[in-house]
Design a protein around this ligand. Structure first.
Ligand code: PEP
Ligand code: MN
Length: 263
């Protein structure tokens, strides 16, 4: 169902005023985790002012260690919905379990399926039955074919609004947190009609590398970006080392705008 042979025109996924695909570049930005009302509201206002079209923020956090902060759960979803009401931004947030899909769909505009859950087929089927668009992250050890077959589960369950997110894969290289293969953009776009979103934050794991990879993603023809932005990255409860502050994000948006305008 994802194949270009079946459908030649690109799928445009829309959530509120955000459009991803076709000639539209959607920018989803915000903290890794929702931490407080002030934090998420300040982030929403700042990323909106810089030109983002959606607010990201994790309420259910899939953490490598069970002793790390696991997210604010439903309380975090409520804060995201309040930030949406205040700004009009679409809300993108992760759902980690099939039994949570209805709850997350109640508050969110886009369901994020995280890299660790890319092959959780029950979760994919449940997201396929939700009325919300889905942002499907590539598993760090998944091939492109495995990633596309994961998308197929969502499409086959009845949800046509799937965005594919390249967030970096695991290689022998340890200089960056993951290795970000930007060739995924033109490769996947040639093979499928689904939009491709790049996550330069998880893809690099270092704040100072994010702007260059965001520019490169736009130049490669990406349909969207998802970027971690925090009011005070040094104090973030997760992924601060790869998060931008508001000023850095605004500068990134300016530079990406220049690349997009030149294409
Ligand atoms: C995230 O977006 O914060 C996240 C956990 O991403 P990933 O699933 O790509 O690791
Ligand atoms: Mn994160």
């Amino acid at each position: 169902l994802a194949s270009r042979e079946l459908k030649t025109e690109p799928t445009v996924v829309q959530a509120r005023q955000m459009k991803v695909g076709g000639a539209n570049i959607g920018v989803m930005a915000g903290p890794c985790s929702v931490e407080s009302e002030e934090q998420i509201l300040a982030s929403a206002q700042a990323v909106k002012a810089a030109g983002a079209t959606a607010l990201r923020g994790g309420a259910f956090k899939p953490r490598t260690s069970p002793y790390s902060f696991q997210g604010m759960k439903e309380e975090g979803l409520k804060l995201l919905a309040a930030a949406r009401d205040a700004t009009g931004l679409a809300v993108v947030t992760e759902v980690v379990a099939s039994e949570d899909v209805d709850l997350v769909s109640k508050y969110a505009d886009v369901l994020q399926i995280g890299a660790r859950n890319m092959q959780n087929y029950r979760l994919l089927e449940a997201a396929g039955k939700s009325p919300r668009p889905v942002l499907l992250k590539r598993g760090p050890s998944a091939t492109v074919d495995e990633w596309l077959l994961a998308a197929e589960y969502i499409l086959d369950a009845g949800n046509p609004n799937v965005m594919l997110c390249e967030r970096g894969i695991r290689t022998f290289e340890t200089h960056t947190r993951f290795t970000l293969p930007l060739a995924s953009v033109p490769y996947v776009q040639a093979k499928t009609h689904l939009p491709v979103v790049i996550d330069p934050s998880h893809g690099t794991g270092h704040t100072h590398l994010v702007t260059a990879m965001a520019r490169a993603a736009v130049a490669a023809g990406a349909d969207g970006l998802i970027v971690e932005v925090h009011p005070n990255p040094d104090k973030a409860m997760s992924d601060g080392y790869q998060s931008m502050n508001f000023h850095q994000f605004a500068e990134m948006m300016k530079q990406c705008g220049r690349i997009a305008a030149a294409m």
